[in-house]
Design a protein around this ligand. Sequence first.
Ligand code: NAG
Ligand code: NAG
Ligand code: NAG
Ligand code: NAG
Ligand code: NAG
Ligand code: NAG
Length: 763
Amino acid sequence: GHVSVVILGGTGDLARKYLWQGFFELYINQVSSGHSFSFYGGGLSPANKSTPVLFQILKALNCPKDVSKERCAILKEQFLRVSKYKQLTTLEDYQDLSKSIQKHLQQEGMVEAGRLFYLSVPAFAYAEIADRINSSCRPPNGAWLRVVLEKPFGHDFKSAQVLATQLGTSLKDEEMYRIDHYLGKQVVANILQFRVQNKKHLDPMWNKYFLERVEIVLKETLDVKRIAFYDQYGVIRDVLQNHLTEVMTLLTMRLPQNLSNSQEALTNKLNIFTSLLPLSKNQAVIGQYQSYQREVQQELNKTKDHVSLTPTFAVLAHIDESQYEDVPILMISGKQLDERVGYARVLFKDNVFCLQNQNSVHCKPKQIIFYFGHGNLNYPAILVSKNLFKPSVIDSDWKEVTEHKDKNVTVLGLPISDYYVQTPKVQKESYTELISRIFAGQQNCFVSTENLLASWDFWTPLLTSITNTFPRIYPGGAANNDMLDILLKGRDLSYINEVVLIGDNQMGGQTANHFQVMQGKFRNDEMVSGWTEELIEKLASDIEEAAEKAILEGGVFHLALSGGASPLALFHRLALHHFAFPWRDTHIWMVDERCVPLNEPESNFYSLHDNLLQHVKMPYYNIHPMPVQLNQRLCVEEDKGTWLYEEEIKKFVNASRFHFVLLGVGYDGHIASLFPGVKPEHHGKNLVVFTESPVKPHQRMSLTFNAINQAQKVGILIIGKYKHEAVIQMSRVKEETAQWPVTWVKPDNGNVLWYIDYEALLG
Ligand SMILES: *[C@@H]1O[C@H](CO)[C@@H](O)[C@H](O)[C@H]1NC(C)=O
Ligand SMILES: *[C@@H]1O[C@H](CO)[C@@H](O)[C@H](O)[C@H]1NC(C)=O
Ligand SMILES: *[C@@H]1O[C@H](CO)[C@@H](O)[C@H](O)[C@H]1NC(C)=O
Ligand SMILES: *[C@@H]1O[C@H](CO)[C@@H](O)[C@H](O)[C@H]1NC(C)=O
Ligand SMILES: *[C@@H]1O[C@H](CO)[C@@H](O)[C@H](O)[C@H]1NC(C)=O
Ligand SMILES: *[C@@H]1O[C@H](CO)[C@@H](O)[C@H](O)[C@H]1NC(C)=O
């Protein structure tokens, strides 16, 4: 019968690169078997504009290698004759399309086999197009309708469900073909076939007793291309939720009795999701390549203090509870990594001990690699290490590789000669493969509605839980070195290196050095003011300058930081932009602390750690949290926490003179945890005291005025319009007063610098 193919977005990028080529090859394969075709490139532009564009694309099509030049010319000519551009904007356009299909069929006296619509358009347009197809382009009874959709299929469970419901009103489930182009990669498309064919060997070992772990990896060297899209999605939604999850299900699902039975395969796939344990935040690590922030700021016209937390790198460990209990399945993907490669590695437990010849083949890793492409090997292949078994070749389209062009090539720790290798005889594009499967109605190569929702159901809680997590910043390419190496401990994942060093040489030689700041006086001390981001930039570089000076003079820099919300932007700035900061020789002290355990979000140290310390490389013995918790209790006088901290200061800090103390000011004029009503004489010569806050948690530990006033530099940071009133008040009080603790800040032998942003200064 006759098949009409309509590609919406027919002159777009995807169509130009892959779709027309795929349909051309379908045409070549199917015309000989008695089908006839017409092809429509659909789009929003008028036909007189887009027709030439479409024919440019069609003229560039290639025949497969096994087609002779003469035959190719004939086929192309025929293909061009059955293809045309059709403007598809209004409902009438769709009705018109349907009419012309019918008219064509009548004229030629042909029977209709089906209609295939390929929606290569943004997802927001799906529902409307599907509705128009349903209302005006359904073929008469007996012929099939297939509508192909491209990701994204939603953004989380809810949006995916909304989209599915909308589409469900226009299309039946079996009429929808959701493409995951990964499923068209030749190796991925044959994972099940491989498992079936080698069942005899695999059955006994495809379980928790023999599997060590599974790694599903897609590494990219490129950076993000479509920032506006990507910044909303990130690597997990872009790659893990779909491509890598599909591979995971193919590796772990129960094998269908009959591979050609689509329904059974889809059901078994769905069952995997019900056996997965929920993912928690501890099972993921995320990263972001360093120049991403700048790209986002530029592309999206954001200011310099805009911080995007979108991950461009992620590792997930998930574990399911039955057949593969406690076998970690890692999914890893990222941009700007050291190499471009995609594979799934199934590693078996090491159950052999070689007493003498440790290089013997028995002692090497036992693994099966599904190699999707690129990387060292540079062609798609399935590799089975020779110490496992000799696999049978998939089918007549595959061949065993015994001669290797580059004998020295190693794949995941083993020289190529230690593997049985098989590869497709002819390499095919995913889209070409998938288009032929759409034509064959093989739905198990596509993502069903149920599977899609199950996958989002699995991923959404994790995505929600990491929304506010600060990703590890990595420099990109080979310079990532071991920064993204991970440690798997039970079910939890973490980066191996808890701290990160990004060297001078990796920051691209950029040091912004122009400040749009205003200098002035506030309360007789120096003041700088500017828009928040510039102010923070200035403060960060002043701190860095003080650090460099102190280290030059005495080899060490003592910095005391306060808690609260104001310094968070500073912490982000220091972590993200000051890669040359001498963290190694810097000691970090706390100005004050709340009497809560340090691992609670309320703790000042917790927020300092989360926002700064974990992102920079500094020796942990240079970090000095306040000992609020001793003997398993909080801030009890007789545990002598204040005395201990004081001793620690005296021991490390020359003359107890911090080089830089950073303070904020509360609405009520408090600084550190020194609240209105307190006077310096209350604390005598003490450097550290317990205090009472009017707000919860009431108990605090704090540096005293005495400790603060010994510092060489005291910076006071005030940002936000809500502080404006306090700023006005402070500018008016001349004398020291217990009502405004900040008025007692007068370094004996140092100076105060006020950092007040425009909003706080000018309201
Ligand atoms: C296409 O046709 C419209 C009217 O039918 C005309 O206004 C327009 O100029 C034409 N464009 C081109 C590129 O020929
Ligand atoms: C398609 O449209 C018809 C009305 O034209 C409607 O009855 C039907 O429910 C729609 N959806 C499907 C999936 O057929
Ligand atoms: C496998 O399924 C296909 C499609 O449903 C069917 O045609 C075929 O007969 C089945 N084969 C066996 C051995 O059951
Ligand atoms: C950013 O600004 C430029 C020039 O002002 C504009 O052309 C562009 O569309 C803007 N981009 C976004 C994402 O707003
Ligand atoms: C393989 O490695 C050996 C020794 O390292 C070297 O001599 C040889 O040239 C290499 N061969 C290829 C094809 O790179
Ligand atoms: C320590 O402090 C004293 C007094 O302030 C000063 O004279 C001395 O140079 C300092 N030592 C170092 C190593 O900075």
